[in-house]
Design a binder for this molecule. Structure first.
Ligand code: PMP
Length: 415
């Protein structure tokens, strides 16, 4: 063990952390589960599961509408979670935090509420070549609807955004740059601070899709200075069905609501409706109350971890996986950026990624095989799909060794 490894292991106490996540002691096909599909969704600590169960058992009531005690308590709890989200992203105000279903809904909200209102025929939206479909398709639809142009920032053969090309694409018509913090298919960490600076300099607004960023990095939206940032609760150890859109207050004030109905109005008559102030303006209908509470518990859990140690540990996992996997004959790692999150996408010569996934499943190892909702990324690298192992802070080097042994078994079976 190197000095950093010892330090990370000491502070993190991986064995104890693993005991916090009941799913990690599951058995799959006769083997202890090796869960390496964290980029798709992370496992939940007991703190989240228990908090949600306790809330549903003993505290559950709707928010905002009730005059009775349980409803008031629920409302206060949800307000507390909004404040926790503000702190998690270091946003300036809690009213800049909008609860959504997840990153997908957040991008759709901005496309509808911001894009549809402000972008005009001929305006341009820039996205990168390695975006998740949820940061492609909403913009494509908006472009079709409004006669806008979608421009694509290319990546090099390592999967890194080519900043000079980005600068060339930024122009007087660029209205919005929408960029992933981290590529879910390759692991590339994009230079979002620099890109935001350049975009602002060109007079464009910036959305950062943080679905793969928030799980790995301490995010500071004021330091990044992006206009919008979003993430999904289920990828940061919280429940599904809840996520966050951060937006600068000035945008939320100016934007149109995304959905309309209950809870988002100031007054309604048959002649005219006026809207509530943000965040309520963007949260029509009864929200995912128990999931908001669960998200709060996940943030509390993460808040107790030493993030320097988490980052160091995840970096070690990435290095170890890269070394182990690249030593396997015929294995090619797709995505070799200098800055990567703890994720390795790979292909095996002559073997379909689904076959890799199926053999590994029999060994108790859960990885993702497919296009990872990033078909243009696959196209850029000339593959239909990849196998992807993605790591969380509760993963260990031993699990990566099992993965490497499993991949060798795949080779034996298919040779
Ligand atoms: N963006 C990225 C980079 C993602 O990895 C994902 C989920 N795979 C999403 C957006 C969409 O997140 P969700 O499905 O939780 O809305």
């Amino acid at each position: 063990m190197t000095k950093t490894e010892t330090a990370a292991a000491d502070v993190l106490d991986i064995d104890r952390i693993r005991r916090d996540f009941p799913m990690l002691s599951s058995v799959m096909n006769g083997h202890g589960l090796v869960y390496l599909d964290n980029a798709a969704t992370t496992q939940k600590p007991s703190a989240v599961i228990d908090r949600m169960a306790a809330f549903l058992r003993h505290e559950y009531a709707t928010i905002h509408r009730g005059v009775y005690t349980f409803s008031q308590l629920s409302t206060a709890e949800c307000d507390t979670v909004r404040e926790k989200c503000r702190r998690f992203l270091n946003a300036g105000r809690a009213s800049e935090i909008i609860f959504v279903r997840g990153a997908t809904e957040a991008v759709n909200l901005v496309a509808a509420g911001f894009g549809r209102k402000f972008l005009k025929k001929g305006d341009e939206i820039l996205i990168s070549q390695i975006e998740h479909h949820s940061n492609i398709v909403p913009w494509q639809r908006l472009c079709e609807e409004k006669g806008l142009t979608l421009k694509i920032i290319p990546v090099n053969d390592r999967g890194e955004i080519i900043l000079e090309e980005f600068q060339k694409l930024l122009g007087a018509r660029t209205y919005l740059v929408s960029i992933g913090h981290v590529s879910n298919a390759l692991g590339t960490v994009n230079p979002i601070r620099e890109m935001t600076r350049l975009a602002h300099h060109a007079g464009a607004w910036v959305l950062v899709d943080g679905a793969q960023g928030a799980p790995h990095f301490r995010v500071d939206v004021r330091e990044i200075d992006c206009d919008f940032y979003c993430f999904s609760g289920h990828k940061i150890y919280g429940p599904t069905g809840i996520g966050v859109l951060y937006a600068k207050a000035k945008h939320l004030d100016a934007m149109d609501p995304y959905q309309t109905g209950g809870d988002m109005i100031e007054s309604v008559t048959f002649e005219k409706t006026t809207y509530a102030k943000p965040p309520a303006k963007f949260e029509a209908g009864t929200p995912a109350i128990a999931e908001i509470i669960g998200l709060g518990a996940a943030l509390d859990y993460l808040g107790k971890l030493d993030w320097e140690a988490v980052t160091a540990h995840e970096r070690e996992l990435l290095t170890h996986a890269t070394e182990k996997l690249s030593a396997i004959p015929g294995l090619k790692i797709i995505g070799t950026a200098a800055e990567k999150a703890s994720l390795v996408s790979f292909s095996l010569e002559g073997i379909h990624p689904h076959d890799i996934g199926t053999v590994l499943d029999q060994e108790g190892i859960a990885i993702r095989a497919g296009h990872h909702c990033a078909q243009p990324t696959m196209k850029r690298f000339g593959v239909p799909a990849t196998a992807r192992a993605s790591f969380a802070f509760y993963n260990t080097k031993e699990e990566i060794d099992k993965l490497a042994r499993g991949v060798k078994k795949v080779l034996e079976i298919f040779k």
